[in-house]
Ligand binder design. Structure first.
Ligand code: ATP
Ligand code: MG
Length: 359
């Protein structure tokens, strides 16, 4: 069975190398079940509640919904909330699980009326399946191909009206015809430290382990704007407090635990620091292309681009320029280094660091 929490990019969340079944179960238990338990993302919540309210009033399945945003920001959680709020059954699958259009036809033709179909990592779906999905989304129909070669015929088959909820970490990789068939796109952004604090207090309550305010602030500040990381760090702090710290989740134990797991004061983890390290030491601050950078830290380009970079850019450590990735003065400073006089960041910084990414 496909596990919605087991996306390919999770393997490197270095905080918890031993994360196993139990951690997944806890993560599931911490998921908000209703829209008003879902913290932050105010705009998305408002957009969504409008779409859901109006669908309920009309007694119809709502428009298809696309959710885009980095790993751990709450896409799967929201998909489950959408189904729960509609009182509709939920079917979960993912792009990589759909290798042939037949796989998709099997799912689509067995949907119940009003069912929510959650298609995670929708950008990884096979092309022929994608075309089948266009028709299903628009006309609630699949064309089942019978036979092979010149004698093959397509038999149109009506399917029940359903709501597709697609999730992607890379909205830019979706072909326009697919993107256009969604009624709206929920853009999930990093959470503010205050929102993460609320999430942490809520989670601590569910875990039955009281969390001091200053400890919550400390964990939130090191969570890379991401609820999944916040919850994971919380569990490490709880472990530490239980085993070594006399039980209390206070500031002292929080700091000690986070240091032990190599999460630094600004939330940079091992991959973030490896990237900055390579960029500064081997490439004198850049510019360097994404794929070279990825090879140098032993990661796939997609992991670097989706998991690490958005946070590094957002926090002002890294700039994407047309010539490649460039370290900012802040990166040199954070890593305790003095930039060489010919470092390239002058131009990048002047360009605001917001130049479009180069592949
Ligand atoms: N807004 C939120 N409020 C409270 N908890 C949240 C929120 N968003 C996410 N979480 C918590 O973070 C965890 C990760 O969220 P989720 O699995 O929905 O992320 P995702 O966007 O689907 O990530 P991925 O792209 O890796 O699949 C959940 O278990 C949930 O407990
Ligand atoms: Mg998910």
């Amino acid at each position: 069975m496909y596990d919605p929490d087991d996306g390919p990019h999770h393997r490197r969340e270095a905080v918890s190398p031993e994360a196993g079944i139990d951690e997944h179960q806890i993560e599931g238990a911490l998921r908000p079940r209703a829209l008003d338990e879902f913290v932050g993302q105010e705009r998305v919540r408002e957009q969504l509640s409008l779409v859901l309210d109006s669908a309920r009033r009309r007694g119809r399945a709502p428009d298809h919904i696309l959710m885009s945003g980095g790993p751990g920001l709450g896409k799967t959680t929201l998909a489950m909330i959408i189904a729960a709020e509609l009182g509709a059954p939920l079917r979960i699958t993912s792009g990589p699980a759909i290798e042939r259009s037949g796989d998709l036809a099997a799912v689509l033709s067995t949907l119940q009326e009003g069912e929510v179909l959650f298609l995670d990592e929708i950008h990884r779906m096979a092309r022929p399946a994608e075309e089948m999905l266009y028709v299903a989304m628009e006309d609630f129909r699949v064309d089942v191909v019978v036979g092979k070669g010149p004698g093959a015929t397509a038999i149109p088959l009506d399917i029940a009206p359903f709501t597709l909820v697609g999730a992607t970490t890379r909205a830019g990789m979706l072909p326009a015809p697919l993107r256009d068939r969604f009624g709206f796109t929920a853009h999930m952004d990093f959470y503010t430290p205050e929102e993460l604090e609320r999430i942490l207090h809520r989670s601590a309550g569910l875990l039955g382990a009281p969390l001091d305010d200053d400890a919550a602030r400390e964990i939130a500040g090191r969570s890379r704007g991401t609820p999944r990381i916040a919850n994971r760090l919380l569990r490490r702090v709880r472990d530490y407090a239980e085993v070594r710290g006399g039980g209390a989740m206070d500031l002292e134990n929080a700091r000690a635990a986070l240091d032990l797991y190599e999460v630094d004061a600004l939330g940079l983890d091992r991959l973030d620091r490896a990237i900055l390290d390579v960029l500064l030491h081997r490439f004198r601050g850049g510019p360097v292309g994404l794929s070279t950078l990825a090879v140098s830290v032993g990661e796939e380009a997609e992991t670097v681009e989706v998991v690490a970079e958005p946070f590094l850019v957002r926090s002002g450590f890294l700039a994407r320029t047309p010539r490649g990735r460039v370290a900012t003065p802040m990166a040199w400073q954070h890593m305790g280094l003095t930039p060489p006089p010919d470092a390239a960041f002058g131009a990048a910084a002047a360009a605001g660091g917001g130049a479009p990414a180069s592949p």
